[in-house]
Ligand binder design. Sequence first.
Ligand SMILES: NC(=O)c1ccc[n+]([C@@H]2O[C@H](COP(=O)([O-])OP(=O)(O)OC[C@H]3O[C@@H](n4cnc5c(N)ncnc54)[C@H](OP(=O)(O)O)[C@@H]3O)[C@@H](O)[C@H]2O)c1
Length: 324
Amino acid sequence: MKAILCTRFGTPDELEIVDIAPPQAGPGEAVVRVAAAALNFFDTLIIAGKYQHKPPFPFSPAAEFAGVVDSVGAGVTEIAPGDRVMGYMGWGAAREAVVVPARQLVKLPDQLDFERAAGLTVTYGTALYALRQRAELKPGESLVVLGASSGTGVAAIEIGKIMGARVIACASSDERLAFARDHGADATVNYAAEDLRGALKKLGGAHGIDVIYDPVGGPFTERAVRAMAWQGRYLVVGFAAGAIPKLALNLVLLKSCDVRGVAWGAWTRREPQAQHALLTQIVDWYAQGRLSAHVHAVYPLAETAAALKMIAGRKVMGKIVLRV
Ligand SMILES: NC(=O)c1ccc[n+]([C@@H]2O[C@H](COP(=O)([O-])OP(=O)(O)OC[C@H]3O[C@@H](n4cnc5c(N)ncnc54)[C@H](OP(=O)(O)O)[C@@H]3O)[C@@H](O)[C@H]2O)c1
């Protein structure tokens, strides 16, 4: 079978497409024929050796996939060959078949196609875990989403609206902000053209901003925290801008606010049953027409390098998917 392999840390152009032996299902495992795999920003880091996880070589990028169960190992009862499923595996999905623990797979409703399903897990999983478990977001609260047109940003907008928040989307261009509004944002700030702190202070009013969802970092973090409400919650989601920000703790003291980390991937390993329930909720919301699972572009597996360059070049709104 075909696989995209990273054999040394480097650029997308150093990835190789090769033939490898298909996997076998061990006890409790399932082999899935991958129809689509989705890429995330962290795939640009993992192949460069700049991510928190450094898999042993050779490995494939792509943390999430959708496809059809091909075979199952001993003891698997929850799924069967022929089932349409989606799943998460950290890395390794950019190949024609994967083997994963069967209990991690989620069955797909008929109306959810493979390309949308492939990209549902990481971004919506992160956003729901962040807003429900970590932020304890309440109806009527204000929610600021930085990098609002990113994969995880648009997921936070849509889930924030489902949870009853007033969503303020922040991004670097008017095109990105129009996209955010189309996905439910109530108000927008162009942080490339406006002073983020001043704009959020105006939008938050005397009360301030209750929850800030930050997958971008860099210079935006402190500007956003300065607009925070009394007992607000700032969510550390990621650092797409490159720089890991430092925060003056007097701001946290003065606002009696919380800085809360969002390590969704680690949480899925610590609480697999809760993660399965969370993904089932996301699939149900999709089936009810409440989530878009927006796909920006689909690339054939052989063009994984071009797909990764789109993400690294800050050119994507929503998800980039590989057709396998
Ligand atoms: N904590 C978790 O569990 C978790 C889970 C998934 C992802 N993440 C993290 O969340 C972040 C976003 O991931 P994603 O896959 O949603 O990313 P994405 O779709 O590629 O979007 C990244 C966004 O960051 C903004 N950005 C600012 N400076 C940038 C730069 N120099 N290069 C590229 N983008 C830049 C861009 O928006 P503007 O142009 O509007 O600024 C862009 O929309 C990543 O840091 C990722 O590692 C964390």
